[in-house]
Structures are given as C-alpha cells and as structure tokens.
Design a protein around this ligand. Structure first.
Ligand code: COI
Length: 352
C-alpha cells in the first residue's frame, strides 16, 4: 500500500502501568479520504491529534459511523501479531453495507493497520494481559444538513495501549438484566458495529451502574424475554454440559472472540447451542445450580467471567462468584494463541 508518512518531531512518553482501557493513544494515526469520484485516496500516517470538522458535518447529525476493534500482541517469540484481522475486515464491510457507507477492501483495511502497527511497534505493551488496542473507524464528513447517504467519508485507525477492559480485571463481574429498554430489533442495526448502537445502550448501562452492576445483559427487542448480548461482549452460559449463546440473526454482534471460543469449546468436547434462551430458563438454571459458569467474550473484554445475574428483583450467583474452570481454560488457551505461547493450530495469528 502506498501512503505518505508525516513525521513527528517529539514523541510522547509511554505510560508504564495502570493502562486501563482507551486512556492513552500512540504518536501516529492512519487517515484516508473517500469521495465518489476518487474512491479511497490521500492515505497517510500522520501525528496523532485533533481533527477539525465543520459544524454541518453529517456524522454529527445523522450518525453514519462504523468502527472495529482488534488488538496487536507482542508474541513471546518476539514477533508482532494481529488476531484474525480478516474477520474484522469482513465485519466492517458488512457494517458499512448496512449503513450505506463505502466499502474498504479487506486488503486495504488490514494493510492500513499493519503499516500503522509497524510504525508504532514500540507502543505494544508487554505486561501481563496487555496489548495494543486497534480502533479503525469511518464517518461521513460531507457538510450538509439534508438527510441522505453522504458523498464523502474519512477512515482512520488509532491505537491505544491497554490492559483489562473492566476494573475487575479478569475477576467475575455483576450483570444487570435489562427488562425495560431495548438494544436492537430484527431488521435494525444490532449486528452492525456502529456508534449509534452503543449510544442507544448507554441508558441501560447507566441504570446498571447506578444499581452497582458492571454491565447490562440485553434481552430481545420484541418479547423482551430472550437473552441476547452484553453491551460490550457476547454472552455464554454453561448449563449442565452445554454452552448456550444467542444466535447471530441480525440483533447480536458477530464477535470474532465469540467465533473463536465456539471453535475452542467444540474442540474441548463441549456441546454448543446457539439458541433463543428465555431469561426464565436461565434464572431457573441458576436457582437450581445447573448454571455452572457464565462469561462474556469480546476483543476488549477477552473472556470475562460473570459472577452474578440480577433480573426483576432476583439475584443468581454463578459458581460462588468465582472464575470457573472452563472459563479459565478458555482464557488461557485463547490468550496463549494470541501471545504465541501456544500452538496456532487454527492459523488465527497474522504476523505484522
Ligand atoms: C471491542 O471489544 O473491541 C469493542 O468494540 C467493545 C467495546 C469496547 C465497544
């Protein structure tokens, strides 16, 4: 890929500890522009910094915005890896199609990330559980107030050295099951990684936090009965000897980690069922002690154990609020592949 490199005079000091999630940003970012006549052009790696937009810029009004999330890892073999970046590229393509935004080819998507990560390789943190979070995103930058599909866009990639997503680290989190608000419905944008989905979910998140819970478990948009996903990750439940998760039918985000974990689970000999599970069935399994483990999966969250579910006044504690054996094994296997301490039998690592 041809691009212009605009060098920065003075580099930032890199944070040493307490990285948290999305608090620090590297020295450079990738940018490119789209217009109908030129397609994607003006590809550059430039110093990370503010971008100015006109007040009439369409994304500020009508929210044509999509994004992705993936990570770069410093492998124990000294190489730099991405994890299944072509899956993110495909999902980005699907998101953009739904939002009437232009396609970024899979090659261009992955190349822009690789070039930026190469420039910023010294920013990949090497502490336990740390990685370089990659946030590619696109937005409509046409200046107009008419409601229509925008004619011009910007695509950027920014990088952030991160540790654990939740303040709990890899310890169990408490989940609030939302029964009033809705995150997505069939025919909408639930499967799309667009800012609007997250904006609409904040009210549930706010409510959960106020009640002392870390995250929201969303139910389906029609009956408000069937378990879908958690705001920042897909959710899985080990009930008896079967792992249950919601199917990908338009309302749930098709997670790269979700897909990877389902592959690992089948390999470990577990039954995996993608089904519309009624919330009463889940709570009953919890009451009867048949809900052995519960966890969320996501790029940012990795594998996050769920220690408690709260629904309509009832609390169910999962596995004595401890990280389960299966959850731990999945975490160790997945991160082992990501940090190259384990064999990559599925060919998920992509060297930068
Ligand atoms: C991710 O896991 O990459 C996400 O995008 C979730 C959240 C941080 C928005």
């Amino acid at each position: 890929m041809e691009f212009e490199f605009v060098e920065k005079k003075e580099l930032k000091e890199k944070p040493k500890e307490n990285l948290g999630f999305g608090k620090y940003f590297t020295d450079y970012m990738f940018v490119m522009d789209y217009t109908e006549d030129k397609g994607w052009h003006n590809k550059k790696i430039i110093p990370y910094g503010d971008i100015t937009v006109n007040p009439s810029t369409m994304v500020l009004h009508y929210a044509q915005e999509t994004f992705e999330g993936l990570k770069a890892y410093k492998g124990k073999d000294g190489k730099i890896y991405l994890f299944r970046p072509y899956m993110n590229a495909k999902r980005f393509k699907n998101s953009n199609e739904r939002m009437c935004m232009p396609e970024v080819s899979e090659e261009l998507f992955v190349d822009s990330i690789k070039e930026l990560v190469k420039v910023e390789k010294d920013w990949i943190p090497e502490g336990e559980g740390e990685s370089l979070y990659i946030r590619p995103f696109m937005f409509a930058d046409e200046e107009s107030l008419g409601v229509h599909v925008a004619k011009s866009y910007k695509f950027l990639v920014i990088l952030s050295p991160v540790g654990a997503y939740y303040p709990e680290g890899v310890n169990p989190i408490k989940i609030y099951v939302e029964d009033e608000y809705v995150r997505a419905s069939v025919g909408g944008t639930g499967f799309v990684k667009c800012g609007g989905n997250y904006a609409a979910s904040l009210i549930g998140q706010k409510k959960a936090e106020k009640l002392g819970y870390t995250q929201v478990l969303w139910l389906d948009g029609i009956h408000r009965k069937y378990v879908e996903e958690v705001g920042s990750m897909n959710a899985m439940f080990l009930i008896d000897d079967t792992v249950v998760t919601a199917p990908i039918e338009g309302t749930v985000l098709p997670g790269v980690t979700r897909d990877s974990i389902m592959t690992l689970l089948k390999d470990f000999g577990y039954k995996v069922e993608e089904k519309h599970m009624h919330i009463d069935e889940l709570m009953k399994a919890g009451r009867e002690g048949r809900l052995k483990e519960a966890f969320g999966t996501g790029t940012a969250a990795v594998i996050s154990p769920i220690g408690e579910l709260y629904y309509k006044g009832e609390e169910v504690i999962v596995n004595d609020f401890k990280t389960g054996e299966l959850t731990q094994k999945l975490y160790d296997t997945l991160t082992g592949i990501q940090w190259a301490t384990k064999d990559d039998k599925y060919k998920w690592r992509e060297e930068v």
